[in-house]
Structure formats: C-alpha cells, structure tokens
Ligand binder design. Structure first.
Ligand SMILES: Nc1ncnc2c1ncn2[C@@H]1O[C@H](COP(=O)(O)OP(=O)(O)OP(=O)(O)O)[C@@H](O)[C@H]1O
Length: 325
C-alpha cells in the first residue's frame, strides 16, 4: 500500500483485491462523500461488500486509525444501507435503529433515545412502533438510513439507496441525506447510477470499470473531463478517446443530418439511432456510431427528418465546440 495515512488520521485507506472482480486502492478523508459510479458488473457492490467485511478480499484496510484487515463485519465501525434495506423484520422501526448503539454497549434507554432522535430527523418518528412489513419502501429506506447513522459509524456505505423508490420520495430523501452528510464526520461511500447523486452529494467521484478505478476526482472535474464513455453518458456529455487525449462536446453541439455533411473531415460519424426520448425541450438521440454518442435535436427536426430508432444518420460537430484534454 502506498499511503495509509488517511486511514490512520480518521479517514479510510484501502487496497482491496478480489481475484477477477476487484483491484482498487481507495483513500478518503473524514467528511468525504465518495460516489462510486460505473456500468453494470463494474464491481461496485463487490467494493461495498469488501469494505463492509462481507466479501473476503486481499489487501489492507485502515479506518479511523484502526486496521480492519481480517476484522469481521459486526466488529467494524461501518454502517451499511443496501437497496433492499435488510431491516430486521421482527423488530419495530425503533428497535431496528436502537440495535446499533445497543450492540456498541450503549444502555437500552439511551439507545432508544438515540433511535428516536434519528427517526425524527429522517421524518419517520411517527412510525417508530411499526415493523418493516408495515412500512412503504421510502419509509423503510429512511429507517435503514437512520439505523446506519445511529450507530455513529466511521464509514457509511450506501449501495444505491434511492433505487426502487418513487421519484418524489427519492428526491426528498436525497435532500435530507445531503443535510445529514454535511454534518457527518465519517467517510461515506455511495454507490449510485444517478448523475444527480454523484454531482450533488459527493465530494469525490470514483469511476469503477472492470473492477478497477479509472478516474477519481472532484465531481466537477469528472463531469467536465470524463475518461470513460459510461461517465460521459451519465453526465450528458460526449467524450471520444483519441490516444491518451480526450475530446468532449455537449449533445446540443451535435448536428444531425440524413446525408454526409460537407466540410472538415474529422468530426463526423455515421451511425444508427438507438433511442429517441424527450429531454427538457429537446429530443435526445442515442446514436451508435462506433462510439455511443448523444445528440439533442428540436422536436421539429425530429419530425422533419423522421429521426427514430433504427434510422441511419450522420452526426457532425464543429471543431470549435470540442474541448480537448
Ligand atoms: N458471488 C459472486 N461470485 C463470483 N462473481 C461474482 C459474484 N458476484 C458478482 N460477481 C461478478 O463480479 C463482478 C462485479 O460484480 P458487482 O456486483 O460488484 O458489480 P456492480 O458494479 O455492483 O454491478 P451492478 O451495477 O450490476 O449492480 C461481475 O463480473 C460479477 O459477475
């Protein structure tokens, strides 16, 4: 391991290897929120499970000054929220949340007080007596987040916490979570498929692909200069790799035509429309043209040119609309 000092100073420092699935080195300071993004099968869940101690991994792991190597999950100072909540079905919401402090030796009465406080903070104090089976998905997810935070973990792991929730519920929960994370002094690792989460909640975006970290940096940097096609699509940019350089341009800078455009030879591609969907006031086309590219066109142009999935088109971009890095 190159540098474990963040893990010794209160943050996280990990090198984790799961043969054929994961090979990463990750460091984060206290208060950091690391959004992990990447395509299906990239290793995101494997990473979270390895950090939680639920997936055996070779390597070294330091958290808040403690060496976690070989430490079982229940003895790690780690809070976990999975997409499917995994609350104890036979315990009330209050008892679920009180479980963490109780397990850490806090007295029963004090644990319940802490639990009540966290349920209130997440807006579900009125549901304290209900069992998980009597809660909606959004309510149960709030309880799960309260449970993870009530244990005051040094590392909070959130694996797609908003997936499967109603859009409005997810949006409200995102705002609340942002508030709590702002005051949280531990490290948060948030797996997400959502660019909004990555760009609004995170202090660092970590791009995982094929089990390896392809890019780690501040959200604005990763959004402006993505190094994988997956992240470029996630943030709504086109990016083309050109040797060890990248060329990025926005979907609105792409001109779409049915015939090969005149002019400079370099920035044009022919391909097939994969999808066409409303995007703000425009129509966003996904076009497979060697690279997967996105283009925003007006509804009028969509009608006039008959732009629909399966149609072959030419895409072109002016050189001045391209940022190279
Ligand atoms: N229990 C397992 N045994 C062996 N290989 C596994 C196991 N679970 C996952 N894998 C493989 O490990 C790789 C990483 O999977 P992982 O679930 O971590 O990806 P992910 O990024 O979380 O994907 P998704 O976004 O689809 O949830 C994949 O190639 C997957 O097929």
């Amino acid at each position: 391991m190159r540098d474990v000092s963040p893990g010794r100073a209160g943050g996280l420092a990990a090198t984790l290897t799961v043969p054929g699935r994961l090979d990463v080195e990750l460091t984060a300071g206290p208060g950091d929120v690391v959004a992990v993004v990447g395509p299906n099968g990239a290793g995101k869940t494997t990473l979270v499970q390895a950090l939680a101690g639920l997936q055996p991994a070779a390597g070294e792991q330091w958290l808040a000054g403690a060496d976690l190597t070989g430490v079982p999950p229940q003895e790690r100072h780690v809070g976990v929220v999975f997409q499917d909540q995994r609350l104890f079905p036979n315990l009330s919401a209050l008892e679920n949340v009180a479980f963490g402090p109780r397990a850490r030796g806090v007295a029963a009465g004090a644990s319940r007080a802490v639990a009540r406080d966290w349920l209130d903070r997440l807006g579900v104090g009125g549901l304290a007596g209900r069992r998980p089976g009597e809660l909606s998905g959004g309510q149960a997810q709030r309880v799960a987040i309260a449970r993870a935070l009530a244990a005051d973990p040094a590392l909070l792991l959130l694996d797609e916490p908003f997936t499967g929730l109603d859009v409005g519920v997810a949006a409200a929960l995102r705002v609340e979570l942002a508030g709590h994370l702002a005051g949280y002094r531990g490290v948060t690792v948030l797996v997400t498929h959502d660019a909004i989460d990555a760009l609004t909640l995170a202090t660092t975006v970590a791009v995982l692909d094929g089990g390896r970290l392809m890019q780690v940096g501040p959200p604005s940097e990763v959004a402006a200069r993505p190094r994988t096609e997956h992240v470029a699509r996630l943030v709504g940019l086109n990016v083309i790799r050109d040797g060890d350089r990248f060329r990025a341009f926005t979907p609105s800078a792409v001109a779409v035509s049915l015939h090969e455009p005149d002019g400079s030879a370099r920035n044009r591609w022919s391909g097939t429309i994969r999808s066409a969907a409303p995007h703000g006031g425009a129509v966003r086309l996904q076009v497979h043209a060697g690279h997967d590219l996105i283009a925003d066109v007006t509804p009028a142009a969509t009608r006039e040119l008959g732009l629909a999935p399966g149609r072959r088109v030419w895409l072109s971009v002016k050189e001045t609309a391209i940022t190279a890095y």
